[in-house]
Design a protein around this ligand. Structure first.
Ligand code: AMP
Length: 126
């Protein structure tokens, strides 16, 4: 079910539970700003999620309320993870679904990193 990208942070969401260590993840990177792990339902040969280690619902919430250091640290981590996965030469795609029209399902900001094959056009045309 898609969720709003705004409102009150839900501490019970699945990524909050991963950050608290209550449920496992296939972790590939962690620093003070971000945690990265494999998506449980990969849509490409490489499909990784990068999440901030702080309670932000969406990119809307994050860019409105996080500190400049946190925002810079988080997006630097996204680039570091893509580099660590050797995706820079072949190329990769990042995606952050924000709110209902984007079909965001988990109300904790996450950036998808897709790679490992040609990814086709950005969106299916309607
Ligand atoms: P979105 O539609 O952008 O909110 O995407 C949420 C993503 O989280 C989906 O790609 C799910 O497959 C992924 N996901 C949900 N639960 C887990 C989990 N426990 N571990 C890893 N990925 C998950």
């Amino acid at each position: 079910m898609p969720v709003s990208g705004l409102g009150t942070y839900d501490e019970t969401n699945v990524f909050a539970r991963i950050l608290r260590g209550e449920i496992p993840c296939k972790k590939i990177f962690e620093n003070e700003f971000a945690l990265a792990f494999h998506d449980i339902h990969p849509r490409a040969p490489v499909h990784v999620l990068v999440i901030p280690k702080a309670p932000y619902i969406s990119l809307a919430d994050f860019t409105a309320h996080a500190t400049p250091d946190m925002i810079a640290g988080f997006f630097a981590a996204v680039g570091t993870v893509a580099r660590q996965l050797d995706l820079e030469a072949p190329g990769y795609r990042i995606l952050a679904n924000c709110g209902t029209h984007a079909h965001q399902e988990v109300p904790h900001l996450h950036v998808h990193i897709f790679g490992g094959r040609p990814l086709g056009p950005m969106l299916v045309e309607v």
